[in-house]
Design a protein around this ligand. Structure first.
Ligand SMILES: NC(=O)c1ccc[n+]([C@@H]2O[C@H](COP(=O)([O-])OP(=O)(O)OC[C@H]3O[C@@H](n4cnc5c(N)ncnc54)[C@H](OP(=O)(O)O)[C@@H]3O)[C@@H](O)[C@H]2O)c1
Length: 373
């Protein structure tokens, strides 16, 4: 059981700050943190951490994720850790363990479901007892889905079948590719409800005049929506949600093309030769899209409740910026700032909404990261 004897030195430490999303997250914290906020950048390389710390005029902490005592010290020095050091199944275990044991709130960018399940098994119960919030999936997967589905569930106030349709424009990070490669290597690639349940892979969306296709992030986003449902116990309050997610494409042909591309990429990730091809041709860790592509990206999420032919409620959330980068770091940083501001309503291994309720969505609307209509 954790007991803190002294007040920590920092409000928030950003681990993995020297990577592609980490550097963007540091910039975002510098821009958004309230005055007097005590934060630091952290990473495994003293040189790279030192350079970044100097750039932002904040302290730097050297902590290799594979060194338990280093991350333990990091966790003791702060009230909140947010982490961009992935693949999380490779580098994340010691850090979440240290945060759980030291009562340090934690959020990260993982979408690695098998790893999250292991973190839940190890820490959910004890963190619920110490009111320590561990919040995986605090990036593009799965904050936009989690807050939009929650808002619609509350607006409907009754059990609902909700479909989500994403249109996205953005690039691929080396770090994201390497997390997918690690899942493939470990035999832990997971299919979503989309592949197995009632919806076919490609189907028309009559009320939008568009076509649905399978979405790479659906498995994690659907899982997060379902976990929020259960953590908030919406069923006993009579407004549980059955959520499924897809890409929205303008033609049947494009929808089938996207379905084939997803099948191909999953096939490549699942086999050693395929992974070698992706490793050789894809972006390397530390690489990501250009600044203009980051600024020009966007994500639009349309939620339809009830019958697809005649939905009873339609809501549209429009996010500006590249999903894997600008949207992701805005979501992660607002989650971290909310945790540091004491806005978590409970402890445990939580979804963003189960940890922060309506506050996270309000924060993201307030900074103009997203609009809803
Ligand atoms: N949820 C989302 O929507 C979303 C979006 C984007 C990315 N991601 C995930 O976020 C993670 C980072 O992505 P990225 O594009 O920023 O990747 P990246 O540029 O490769 O950055 C990886 C970071 O991890 C650090 N790292 C590597 N080994 C470490 C260790 N042993 N101890 C501590 N830190 C270590 C790296 O440090 P060095 O700089 O020293 O190499 C770097 O800071 C990936 O897992 C990716 O899948 C999620």
């Amino acid at each position: 059981m954790f007991t803190r004897t002294t007040s920590p030195e920092f409000d928030l430490v950003l681990q993995g700050a020297t990577g592609f999303t980490g550097r963007l997250a540091a910039k975002e914290i510098a821009q958004r943190a309230p005055s007097g906020f005590r934060w630091a950048v952290a990473g495994r390389s003293a040189d790279r951490v030192g350079q970044l710390a100097a750039k932002f005029g904040v302290p730097g902490v050297v902590a290799d994720g594979l060194n338990r005592s280093a991350v333990d010290q990091l966790a003791r020095r702060t009230r909140v850790v947010i982490s961009c050091a992935g693949p999380f199944a490779r580098y994340g275990d010691h850090l979440v363990d240290a945060c759980a044991q030291n009562g340090t709130h934690y959020a990260d960018l993982t979408g690695e479901l098998p790893w999250i399940q292991r973190v839940i098994e190890r820490h959910h119960k004890s963190c619920a007892g110490t009111n320590t919030a561990l919040v995986p999936c605090a990036g593009f997967d799965s904050v936009p889905t989690d807050i939009a589905v929650h808002a619609m569930a509350q607006e409907l106030g009754e059990p609902a079948r909700i479909h989500g349709f994403f249109t996205i424009k953005g690039g691929l990070n080396g770090g994201t590719l390497h997390s997918g490669l690690a899942l493939g290597e470990d035999g832990e690639l997971v299919g979503g409800k989309t592949q197995t349940r009632e919806d076919p892979p490609v189907f028309p969306i009559p009320s939008l005049g568009r076509w649905a296709a399978p979405f790479l992030m659906a498995p994690v986003n659907e899982w997060v929506a379902a976990r929020t449902d259960s953590l908030l116990d919406r069923e006993s309050q009579g407004y549980q949600v059955n959520y499924s997610e897809h890409l929205s494409e303008r033609s049947r042909f494009r929808a089938h093309t996207m379905a084939s591309l997803l099948k191909l990429s999953n096939g490549l990730l699942a086999h050693r030769a395929g992974r070698q091809i992706l490793r050789a041709l894809g972006p390397k860790p530390g690489e990501g899209p250009s600044e203009s592509s980051i600024q020009n990206g966007f994500a639009r999420l349309v939620l339809l409740a009830g019958d697809l032919l005649a939905p009873k409620l339609t809501r549209q959330w429009i996010w500006s910026g590249d999903p894997s980068n600008l949207i992701t770091v805005r979501c992660l940083v607002q989650t971290g700032l909310a945790l540091a501001a004491g806005e978590a309503s409970r402890g445990g291994v939580l979804t963003p909404v189960a940890a922060l309720g309506d506050r996270l969505g309000e924060r993201l609307l307030e900074i103009g990261a997203v609009t809803v209509s």
